[in-house]
Design a protein. Sequence first.
Length: 170
Amino acid sequence: MTESLLARALAEEATKKSGLIWVRGDGPARALWHVWHEGAAHVVGDGPGEQPLPAGLTEGAVAEVTVRSKDKGGRVVAWTATVRELAPGSEAWQAAAEELKGKRLNATDAETMTERWARECRLLRLEPHAATTELPDGSLSAVPLPTTATTRRPIPAALPRLLLGRKKRR
C-alpha cells in the first residue's frame, strides 16, 4: 500500500516538473506538452497548428504515460491513465484550457487560442490509476514517427567562416 502511494506521488511530482510526457494509446508513443491540473495531466491537440495526439485516445480508453527527467531526459516513472475528453465550454474544460494557455509557447493567436481549441481541437484529461518506477529491459528505442515537419535548408558553406571569422595571416 505504501509503495503504491509513493509511486503515485512520484508520478504526480515528476509529471508536474517535466515539460514533456510520452503518451501511448493504440499505436506508438508520442511526446506531448502538457499541464498537471487537479490531479491529472491535460493535453490539447489534433487541431491545426497543434500537436498530433496518439491514436486510440478516446473517452474511457487506457493510455500509458512515461515521464522523463527534466534534468537528464531519462525515464523516471511510467503510469497508466484513463482518458477523459473534456467537453468544450464546460467548467472543467475552461479551467484546464486556462492552465494550458499559460504553458503554450509560440502561439500566433494567444488572445483567441482557447476559442480555436474549443472549435478545432481536443482537450484530454489523463487520470492516473497505476504507477510503476521499475525500469524496462532494453532501450525502448524506436524509429521516429513520420511528420510533415522539415528542416529549412542546409546552411551555406561560407556561414561558419562568417560567424567565426577568418584566421588572419601575418
